[in-house]
Design a protein around this ligand. Structure first.
Ligand code: GLY
Ligand code: MN
Ligand code: MN
Length: 460
């Protein structure tokens, strides 16, 4: 593990975070980092990535570690690597060196953690072995994070309130992730004319991420079947007439994510029908970003995207009626069935381990409406929040061929006209937008969205 020598900047950032936590809760907290999972046998492990709540306060992706937070102080609990591990894994930093890098007030072996357990709150980790350890050490049940109760729920709310608005340290990392992601997408565009299958483009994109010593923030989507929203297959050939949808984001070594989507033609030229639908999605993307500022409701941003898409489809004679009526009856969701975006930070869907506790303002819950049910964020925006804006247009067979949907929307869809757009299966345009005091800043703005610039990048 690499220990940062940054003149104490990391330690200062982390100290400020735990002091902010101490202002909103007065009980002690233990956060576990988690451990690696074996692929099939114990010496072949999946890459390790610490729990995001741990990372937020501890900064480094330490395996099998825990932190005790109380009154603005941090105590680190981690074992020294056994001498035998140096042969296979190299010398590991000593506990004291790690403690110094993260500005810990004290550091102990893991075996001493139980002495801190009385009255401590926690957040459940995803790893099952460590989850069992949490309940054993705290000597009580610990609900999964999205169903936390009592002090665990209070802790989840307190951490969410901190992590909702990014501090300078977080923003510096998020900007690095965004910059590398932009380069990865440009590399993907440049690789398209010579790639044979989706994996060829994916490889070019992930090459950039890996070469910057970063990882994917989530399973990359690089597909000619963009109608499968989280498609993770890469074997399809790139054939003339296909649009390629690439949703790929880098994550820095400290765990901060980016999340970007572009859609481009594999031949380097959009067809007229692809161009028409692309312009509608782009109009929704631009209109939403234009409206982002403190105080605006994210739900209204989502409804704005829905309304621009509905109007665009009316203008193309694919939908019939008034945009406002179409949105009211969720007709736009036939083609734009997901939310316009989500929080972004240490997790690509930031803090989604807490269910909707971070994404939804207290007292609000998910709508059961077809057009609103997948909205992951429903809060007024505040400075320091980082959100994605990612409208799309998709022809999802499971929606459009569903007899119930077909009959419900029979009158408002011009099915014959829609059939003329069969060379568009999925388009999404996604950027990472920071809410500032004055309005917004698109962290991924250096990656073009307009048709001509994208066509040019493919030819480079
Ligand atoms: N990359 C997943 C998403 O855009 O939500
Ligand atoms: Mn996203
Ligand atoms: Mn995405």
């Amino acid at each position: 593990m690499e220990i940062l020598t940054d003149n104490g900047t990391l330690a200062t950032t982390l100290r400020e975070r735990r002091q902010r936590l101490a202002k909103v809760i007065d009980f002690p907290v233990i956060l576990w980092s988690g451990q690696r999972s074996p692929r099939n046998f114990s010496a072949n492990l999946y890459p390790f990535r610490a729990s995001s709540h741990f990372l937020y306060f501890a900064g480094l992706s330490l395996e099998n570690a825990a932190i005790f937070l109380h009154g603005g102080k941090l105590e680190l609990f981690v074992d020294e690597a056994p001498p035998s591990s140096a042969l296979w894994h190299g010398e590991m930093p000593k506990r004291e060196a790690i403690a110094q890098a993260i500005g810990a007030d004290a550091a102990f072996p893991l075996s001493e953690l139980p002495s801190k357990s009385t009255g401590a709150a926690t957040i459940a980790v995803q790893n099952a072995t460590i989850y069992r350890q949490q309940t054993q050490i705290l000597n009580r049940s610990v609900a999964p994070a999205d169903a936390a109760e009592g002090i665990d729920r209070e802790l989840a709310k307190a951490i969410a309130s901190l992590r909702l608005s990014h501090d300078t340290g977080a923003l510096s990392e998020l900007r690095k992730a965004a910059a590398v992601t932009v380069e990865a997408h440009k590399a993907g565009m440049r690789a398209t004319l010579t790639a044979k299958i989706e994996a060829g483009v994916r490889g070019a994109m992930e090459h950039v991420i890996i070469a910057h010593n970063m990882t994917d923030a989530y399973g990359g989507i690089v597909t000619v079947h963009g109608e499968v929203l989280h498609n993770e297959q890469y074997h399809h050939p790139l054939q003339p007439g296909d649009l390629l949808l690439a949703d790929v984001g880098a994550e820095t070594s400290m765990g901060w994510a980016s999340d970007v989507t572009r859609t481009w033609p594999v031949t380097g030229k959009f067809s007229p029908t692809q161009r028409d639908l692309y312009q509608i999605v782009l109009a929704a993307h631009d209109a939403c970003i234009d409206k982002i500022r403190p105080g605006i409701e994210y739900l209204d941003i989502h409804l704005l995207a829905a309304s621009v898409i509905a109007q665009g489809l009316v203008d193309l004679d694919i939908l019939r009626g008034q945009a406002s009526d179409l949105v009211e009856m969720d007709a736009h969701a036939l083609f734009f069935p997901h939310g316009v975006g989500h929080l972004l930070g240490l997790d690509v869907h930031d803090m989604e381990d807490l269910g909707d506790l971070a994404g939804y303002e207290e007292g609000r819950s998910r709508s059961s409406r077809f057009g609103l049910g997948y909205l992951r964020l429903n809060r007024p925006l505040k400075p320091g929040m980082l959100v994605t804006i990612e409208p799309g247009f998709y022809q999802v067979p499971a929606i459009l061929h569903d007899p119930e949907m077909h009959s419900k929307y029979q009158e408002v869809v011009n099915w014959e006209r829609l059939a003329q757009f069969s060379d568009v299966r999925g388009i999404r345009i996604e950027d990472d937008v920071l809410v500032t005091q004055e309005g917004s800043e698109v962290l991924t703005a250096k990656l073009p969205t307009d048709v001509d610039a994208i066509e040019q990048l493919i030819q480079c």
